[in-house]
Every structure is written in C-alpha cells, then in structure tokens.
Design a protein around this ligand. Structure first.
Ligand SMILES: [Zn+2]
Length: 63
C-alpha cells in the first residue's frame, strides 16, 4: 500500500467541516473527528468525497 505524500497530507482538510484529518496509514484512511467519517486512500490518493466515505461506528476511536 502506498502512503500519501507528506506534503499533500499537510494541506488536506475535511471537505465538509474543513477541519484537520487523522491519517491511518495501516487502514489507508483519513479520518475526520468532527464528522466521524473515514475517507479512503486509493494508491496514495485520498478520495475526499462524502459519498465514498465510511461512516465510523460510535465505538470506533479516532486516535
Ligand atoms: Zn469533517
């Protein structure tokens, strides 16, 4: 699995709330704490679309 370019990661924000994202490299996901959404990362490219995002279950912690 290819990682996101760190420079890209620095400028990425949540498309909904414009808040910071948490990058989970192992899961290949970018998580928004505020919206509790997980955006998939495909081949190192973040897919910042609400319709493609995973809704995080309430018990899932965002670290
Ligand atoms: Zn958000």
């Amino acid at each position: 699995m290819s990682a996101i370019d760190p420079r890209l990661l620095e400028i990425l924000v949540c498309p909904l709330c414009k808040g910071p994202l948490v990058y989970r490299r192992e899961a290949g996901e970018l998580l928004c704490r505020g919206d509790r959404l997980g955006f998939p990362v495909k081949d190192g490219i973040p897919v910042m679309l609400e319709e493609d995002a995973r809704k995080l279950p309430p018990e899932e912690e965002i670290g």
